[in-house]
Design a protein around this ligand. Structure first.
Ligand code: CP
Length: 307
């Protein structure tokens, strides 16, 4: 297969396993390119990409901008906090104004689940979801799985545990969909209040004991507690969360095995993960960030090829 089955990347749910493998193969080539002294290729010359961020971001935003610039695209950055959204302009009016300036592709982060899907049904540009509320964060899941493959090879039959605030996490949902399409086993682990009731319907295992889950898994993907999305108290205190669900070096050292440690960021050091784990030789957190650029270059390139 040489082209994606879709014109937009809204969620992993809409991608086929073939799409995911094509993105990985293309990303491997781009990873080689961005490690050369001259990191730029002309693949997206004459393509204009708008990065529309209605919610805060460090990694995803910089990663997309770098990916676009390394492909020689023209790049427009929009941040809701400094825009006319603050004066009451609607999402569609904002986007139509930007598109009338001849934008070909839109990368969008929005706090409302479904906002990128809504947009993709109304505009001609290709839309890439950079995280929509608690729904999906497809490019994060793709860079996570790409990074796991670098460590473990084919993910078929590999055991991946996702720890933490599953209830509020778009990364968890996209990871589950992506890893299952690649044949991996997925288990989630966290306080019962932060595990959604529908989780069994997704075909993943559920465990509330961190040690047992670590004993089971090849990879621990550790998520942060999303306090900004929590309107009620889901656990007594961060100190107690850290005590029962935090992952520290003493705990890992007490297991007779090596586990790949991952975190999508931003990290809350000392809450879900201690610094001696986040910065250990088992951690691939910064490789995830590096791979994010190559994976996003691959997605932009493959979508542009369909125009
Ligand atoms: N992983 C991730 O989405 O990080 P940002 O919120 O900084 O983009």
């Amino acid at each position: 297969m040489s082209e994606l089955s879709t014109n937009h990347v809204i969620g992993i749910k809409d991608l086929t396993a073939e799409d995911i493998h094509l993105i990985f193969e293309t990303a491997e080539n781009f990873k080689e390119v961005i490690n050369r002294p001259i990191k730029k290729v002309p693949s997206l010359r004459d393509i204009t990409v708008a990065n529309l961020f209605f919610e805060n971001s460090t990694r995803t935003r910089i990663s997309f901008e770098l990916a676009e610039k390394r492909l020689s695209a023209d790049v427009v950055n929009f941040s809701a906090s400094s825009s006319s959204v603050k004066k009451g302009e609607t999402l569609l009016d904002t986007v139509n104004n930007i598109l009338s300036m001849k934008v070909d592709m839109v990368v969008m982060r929005h706090p409302a689940p479904g906002a990128p899907k809504y947009l993709s049904q109304l505009i001609d540009a290709n839309v890439i979801n950079a995280g929509d509320g608690t729904h999906e964060h497809p490019t994060q899941a793709l860079l996570d799985a790409f990074s796991m493959r670098e460590q473990l090879g084919d993910l078929t039959g590999k055991k991946i545990a996702i720890f933490g605030d599953i209830l509020h996490s778009r990364v968890a949902l996209s990871n589950i969909f992506c890893l299952q399409k690649l044949g991996a086993y997925v288990k989630v682990c966290g306080p019962p209040t932060l595990i959604p009731k529908y989780i069994h319907r997704l075909g993943v295992g559920v465990e509330y004991d961190v040690r047992k889950t670590l004993e089971w898994c090849d990879v621990a993907n550790i998520l942060r507690i999303q306090l900004e999305r929590q309107d009620i108290k889901y656990f007594p205190s961060l100190r107690e969360y850290s005590q029962y669900f935090g992952i520290n070096k003493k705990l890992l050292d007490s297991l007779d095995k090596e586990i790949v440690i991952m975190h999508p960021g931003p990290i809350n050091r000392g809450v879900e993960i201690t610094s001696d784990v986040a910065d250990s030789e088992h951690s691939i957190i910064l490789q995830q960030v590096e791979n994010g650029v190559a994976v996003r270059m691959a997605i932009l390139f493959l979508l542009a090829a369909k125009r």
